[in-house]
Write a protein that binds this ligand. Structure first.
Ligand SMILES: Cc1cc2nc3c(=O)[nH]c(=O)nc-3n(C[C@H](O)[C@H](O)[C@H](O)COP(=O)(O)O)c2cc1C
Length: 381
């Protein structure tokens, strides 16, 4: 398979470029019978949209989703669902210079080498964070599918920005407050300190790194197809496909290096009549299989490469060292804008595994949010 699709049964294909006509996605394999309209997708897209805050890029995009196929009478049909957002606020002027003096830390030069110069370099082309608009469109469908069939819930939030860490909060507070500020951090006090750090870096022409934590609640046990499609390996692969992701940890993560078996093992117990690990250092996955406990995964984002400070690079036409100063509209930090992207990517992988395991059937007939379409004449728009 070429590189722009992911999933075995709930297959998501990404297309579009940052300054091309559109960005979009096709989902092949979404079960039939899921109530779906643009209103199910737009709210999550709005949470990813740029131009809404000083801690994000000033590109102004409406990001209105259009569902082009795969939905009839208000329900998914089982056919491919194609969705697009048209690019509107495109200004490619500042990118032409980068053909000669590529940005350190970005894909400008390496993409040119790989595609022999035929790649669309405007706005970073396929290597722009904008392609994650498509991830979010697919994610919104996956999130709804998981919720109405299994009651599974995906909650991501910004855990840390450049040394400022959010306090441990109960799940209810994370659910209620993660989108209550532009830092996407449910700890308001930490969010305020994070804002200072980001604005200070932005003011000095620099950028900062960030950490997003994602919790998945109500995961059925047994999802995952060991060994090469284990749940953690598929989640890691999908999350590492988000631009700027540099690290992934599950549960105790890299902390296990300094632990002992006696501390790190999660004892089994009986909770509400179910056999589950009573602690969760494993982050909800053991042997590549979901345990029935919440999945806990943390995603490290590097500081965005496009900074206003002068940087050393090579002029690849003259082969002499030069300074490059990146202009244009860029994010000073990625985590806050990536929170809905992380939720989306995690949901896509879980939806795929749930369909593969048969816990989500190919045609949906039950579920609290589901209504069967009228038989005979189409009555729903
Ligand atoms: C939501 C989102 C927004 C991003 N915004 C920017 C940006 O404004 N400037 C930038 O240089 N990189 C940005 N990136 C990251 C680059 O796309 C990425 O660093 C680049 O493609 C190189 O890939 P790599 O960092 O994965 O190696 C963004 C990523 C995401 C997920």
């Amino acid at each position: 398979m070429a590189g722009n699709s992911i999933g075995e049964r709930f297959v998501v294909t990404s297309f579009g470029e940052s300054h091309g006509r559109c960005v979009g996605v096709v989902i092949d394999g979404c079960p039939a019978g899921l109530p779906l309209s643009e209103e199910d997708v737009q709210p999550l897209l709005d949470l990813r949209r740029p131009g809404q805050s000083l801690v994000a890029s000033q590109r102004r995009e409406e990001d209105r989703v259009e569902i082009l196929s795969g939905v009839f009478n208000g329900f998914t049909t089982g056919a491919p669902i194609a969705m697009v957002v048209w690019n509107k606020d495109v200004d490619s002027r500042s990118y032409k210079r980068l053909l000669e003096t590529p940005r350190p830390g970005h894909a400008d030069y390496f993409a040119r080498v790989k595609y022999g110069g035929f790649n669309d370099w405007r706005g970073g082309g396929r290597f722009s964070g904008r392609i994650t608009t498509g991830f979010v469109m697919a994610g919104a469908v996956a999130i709804k599918l998981l919720r109405v069939t299994l009651g599974t819930e995906v909650l991501a939030y910004v855990k840390r920005i450049d040394g400022v860490e959010a306090r441990e909060l109960p799940v209810d507070a994370i659910r209620a407050k993660r989108y209550s500020n532009d830092l996407r951090c449910p700890d308001e006090e930490a969010a305020e300190r994070m804002r200072q750090v980001v604005l200070e870096a932005r003011g000095s022409g620099d950028s900062v790194g960030s950490l997003v934590e994602c919790l998945v609640l109500n995961v059925p046990p047994g999802l995952g197809e060991p060994v090469f499609s284990s749940l953690d390996s598929d989640l890691a692969r999908a999350l590492l496909s988000i631009p700027a992701v540099k690290g992934i940890e599950f549960g105790a993560g890299f902390g296990v290096v300094n632990s002992r078996g006696s501390l790190n093992n999660d004892p089994l117990g009986l909770v509400d009549g179910r056999v589950v690990p009573v602690t969760n250092n494993a982050g909800g996955i053991v042997g590549g299989l979901s345990t029935g406990r919440e999945i806990v995964v943390r995603v490290a984002f590097k500081p965005p490469a496009s900074i206003a400070l002068p940087q050393r690079t090579l002029n690849v036409r003259t082969m002499s060292e030069e300074e490059v100063v990146v202009t244009g509209r860029h994010d000073p930090v990625i985590g806050p804008r990536a929170v809905p992207v992380v939720e989306s990517v995690v949901a896509m992988v879980l939806a795929d595994h749930a369909v593969r395991a048969g816990v989500i059937p190919p045609v949906l007939r039950t579920g609290k949010d589901l209504v069967l379409p009228d038989s005979g004449e189409a009555t729903r728009a």
